[in-house]
Design a protein around this ligand. Structure first.
Ligand code: URA
Length: 430
């Protein structure tokens, strides 16, 4: 398709700028030519902005996704002795669910190939969290990945460069051109990687609320519906849960602090909301893989999921018994009054954790393993004036002031009657 005389980038941009529909041929050409460097970054950013403003039809999104898949390799898990199921979250604060979920589902006999990314901005990355475990490494060859899926049943690792390279290049461009929040581009970005990964079943956790990409349930439902259709068209059994991200998950946001909380869940304890969401997603993954007869709660209770966790960490060089790193400095924020914690804002907590060093502003930044925020009450809990509400963790004490500032308008303490609980699982799209 090199130098295809039927197309040029300005004509493709013009079609979308003028609210036209791109043809299959235009889409195949522009995605391929951009990946090869024939279409320039400034041309692709103009097209991405035209897509953000004018949208895409279902046909265009499907074709765009297929073109991104075709830009790289596809993994094949058909040689495995068990079915596969994966989960993708659109990203949230305190979202450590992959950590207990992958070993839990594997302990039920369904293999989990979880190819993950690093965090950017206020939402944490699963690989950053796991890298706080001494020795653990995120990079595996495709051969190692397949072997570990067969022997352990669960792998969480970095997605290789061969998977949807068009998306890698386009996502980096969208990140610096204000074009991330376009539903057609988010849906095709996520689904091209998941379809190329080769999972048999997929459960999407689409977050809604202040700490998420999607601020309203209507937008989240549109994203979920688009992704479910893309997955099903590609033969992947796909369902989505819309889940609340106006409040952060659990009681911690950061790296090692979230690993600690995940291990508590695997040990049969942990915060109720983390357990609830882990089990809800596990049930969907098992159903997608044809194993709805199994009850994942039993595998948490009897220690089977913990056994898989230990093997999964050790298989990637990590020491599951090593003490997790702690930050050098801590700072406590106390409750300003006695009453009910009526609101805890996910974005405020995410920004505070990020400012403490748990996240990165640019791809090349290094995260602090011990940094993060731990909160001592969840919405609905009673707090007492002067008692600890948050403990902030960082290696650099000069980061505390900006983190405290981020939290200042991020919570309310009031009367129990003004507390309006939001369900964790808001909707299901299949
Ligand atoms: N995650 C992705 O992988 N892609 C997007 O576009 C947004 C979130």
């Amino acid at each position: 398709m090199a130098n295809d005389p039927r197309h040029d980038a300005v004509e493709v941009i013009g079609t979308k700028r003028d609210r036209g529909e791109l043809t299959d041929d235009q889409i195949d050409w522009v995605v391929d030519a951009y990946t090869r460097g024939e279409v320039a970054d400034e041309q692709m950013s103009a097209l991405a902005m035209a897509i953000l403003l004018n949208g895409m039809t279902r046909r265009e999104i499907g074709r765009w996704t297929a073109a991104m898949i075709a830009s790289g390799e596809r993994l094949d898990f058909s040689s495995l002795s068990r079915p596969t199921a994966d989960k993708h979250s659109t990203g949230g604060v305190g979202d450590k669910i992959t950590l207990p979920l992958a070993p839990l589902v594997a302990s039920c006999g369904v293999a989990v190939p979880q190819l993950s990314g690093r965090g950017l901005g206020h939402t944490g990355g699963t690989l950053d969290k796991l890298e706080s475990i001494p020795g653990w490494r995120a990079t595996l060859t495709n051969g190692d990945l397949l072997a570990q899926l067969e022997s352990v049943g669960a792998v969480v690792c970095a997605a290789g460069d061969g998977l949807a390279p068009a998306d890698k290049k386009l996502y980096a461009l969208r990140d610096v051109t204000g074009t991330v929040p376009a539903i057609p581009l988010i849906a095709s970005s996520i689904m091209s990687k998941k379809i190329a990964e080769g999972t048999g079943a997929l459960v999407l956790d689409v977050k809604v609320g202040t700490g998420a990409f999607m601020q309203t349930a209507d937008d989240a439902r549109e994203l979920a519906t688009t992704m479910v259709a893309l997955g099903q068209d590609a033969g992947v059994h796909t369902v989505a849960l819309l889940t609340d991200m106006s409040t952060p998950l659990g009681l911690s946001a950061g790296n090692a602090v979230e690993v600690r909380e995940s291990v508590e869940v695997l040990a049969g304890g942990g915060p109720a909301d983390v357990v609830e969401l882990t089990l809800a997603l596990a049930r969907e993954m098992l159903a997608g893989a044809g194993r709805s007869d199994l009850d994942p709660a039993e595998k948490l209770a009897d220690g089977s999921a913990m056994d898989v966790w230990r093997k999964m960490i050790a298989a990637q060089g990590g020491d599951p018994d090593a003490p997790l790193p702690s930050a050098r400095e801590t700072h406590v924020v106390t409750a300003p009054a006695t009453g009910t914690l009526t609101r805890l804002d996910a974005l405020a907590v995410g920004v505070a954790a990020w400012r403490l060093g748990a996240g990165r502003a640019r791809k090349e930044d290094i995260v602090q393993a011990g940094a993060g925020v731990v909160w001592h009450a969840r919405p609905g809990d009673t707090v007492r004036e002067g008692e600890p509400l948050f403990t902030l963790h960082t290696d650099d004490a000069d980061r505390f002031a900006r983190a405290v500032e981020a939290l200042e308008n991020g919570y309310d303490v009031g009367d129990a009657s003004s507390y309006d609980p939001v369900p964790l699982v808001i909707d299901r799209v299949s």
